[in-house]
Design a protein around this ligand. Structure first.
Ligand SMILES: Nc1ncnc2c1ncn2[C@@H]1O[C@H](COP(=O)(O)OP(=O)(O)O)[C@@H](O)[C@H]1O
Ligand SMILES: [Mg+2]
Length: 359
């Protein structure tokens, strides 16, 4: 730590204020006492008093300065640095344990707290800026497309029945994209701000899986994908938020269908996790296009897609897996991804069984 501050000054005001009254008291009472008992003449008493004043002042001043200056310097530096938004690492104080030490320690702690808080706020601010940038970029594409179709229609294409219908259909597809996007954006921002909290309860896993599969069956048939549900124990209960588990399953199964080939399958099942009784793995496995190693790390990032146009064609927003990851982490669980290009992918989440009731 650099040494600037009080010790660089010629005088330490605090030491001066301590030394002067003590020196006055000692010299006046010392000389007065000796004069009073008749040991000194008035002139001798005056000289003795003056000497005592100088000696006491020097001794007290030096002791006080040595005792306080270094720590006052330390305090001065810490506080000055905080006011300049400079946060350094300060050595811990050792030795003395008095009020001044306590204040120095507290000021170092305050500096650390302010520095951590500023770093946290900067991170949020950067995240917010990046998020807004991403959102505007994602919104622009469908909005400009809709604008283009409407302009072409207004410029005369409206009178040609075939063109007119085609363009309106295309405009509608982009409107739908905007709807998916705003829904997913609302969802992720509610998850990220903590507004949407998981309400964790005991739930039967099989019911939820069957519900979700039923709701996606029509889409699966249209895409020529078979959805297979492995045997689920109908009594198996887990601790989770029912709606959020549903949402995770919808996102994972939809991805399994979207990034697949006609005639392919998506399989949903459970396996044991790391030989622990408490945890199970709920997996969604597909026979799809797979993800290469380089992209695998990034698929849960907001707006990341391996193939943008394929995702858009299928109504993707690039937010599905980011939402899944948030939900899983808010449950204190894990998301595991394995994938082999051209063979398929398996997305699994850990879930916690409810404690079995002993009878
Ligand atoms: N089951 C899967 N098989 C292959 N690729 C996948 C699968 N699931 C996700 N992906 C890849 O990860 C990207 C991000 O997924 P997601 O966040 O759900 O966004 P999207 O809206 O594009 O589906 C997808 O665009 C796709 O490239
Ligand atoms: Mg998706």
């Amino acid at each position: 730590m650099n040494k600037t501050g009080f010790s660089k000054r010629k005088f330490s005001t605090i030491s001066l204020r301590t030394a002067l009254p003590s020196a006055l008291v000692v010299s006046i009472s010392g000389a007065g006492l000796l004069y009073g008992v008749g040991l000194l003449e008035p002139l001798q008493a005056a000289i003795f008093g003056a000497l005592l004043l100088v000696v006491t002042f020097t001794v007290v001043y030096v002791i006080s300065a040595r005792l306080h200056n270094e720590r006052l310097d330390h305090l001065y530096d810490v506080v000055k640095n905080i006011s300049r938004k400079k946060f350094e690492h300060y050595d811990d104080l050792n030795g003395k344990k008095d009020e001044l030490d306590l204040i120095v320690k507290r000021s170092i702690k305050a500096s650390d707290t302010v520095s951590q808080e500023l770093a946290r706020l900067n991170k949020i601010e950067n995240y917010r800026k990046e998020f807004i940038g991403d959102i505007s970029h994602e919104l622009k594409t469908p909005i400009f497309a809709i604008q283009g179709f409407i302009e072409t229609l207004l410029n005369g294409a409206i009178h040609d029945k075939n063109v007119n219908e085609l363009f309106l259909k295309k405009a509608m597809r982009n409107v739908n994209r905007l709807i998916y996007l705003t829904n997913d954006l609302m969802e992720i921002s509610r998850l990220e701000t903590g507004e949407l909290k998981a309400s964790i309860q005991d739930m039967y896993l099989r019911d939820v899986v069957l519900d979700v599969v039923e709701s996606l069956q029509y889409k699966a048939q249209k895409e020529d994908i078979e959805i297979r549900v492995k045997d689920f124990d109908k009594n198996l209960q887990v601790k989770a938020d029912r709606n959020q588990v549903k949402q995770v399953l919808v996102n994972l199964i939809e991805n399994g269908m979207k990034y697949n080939k006609p005639g392919g399958y998506v399989e949903i099942g459970i396996t044991q996790y790391k030989k622990s009784y408490e945890k199970i793995l709920l997996y969604v496995k597909d026979s799809g296009i797979g993800i290469n190693k380089k992209d695998l790390k990034r698929v849960t990032e907001r707006f990341f897609r391996v193939d943008k146009s394929r995702s858009r064609d299928k109504g993707g927003t690039g937010l599905g897996l980011a939402i899944v990851k948030h939900i899983v982490e808010a449950h204190g669980e894990k998301l595991l991804i394995e994938s082999t290009p051209e063979i398929g992918s398996t997305f699994s989440i850990t879930l916690t069984r409810t404690t079995p009731v002993l009878v």
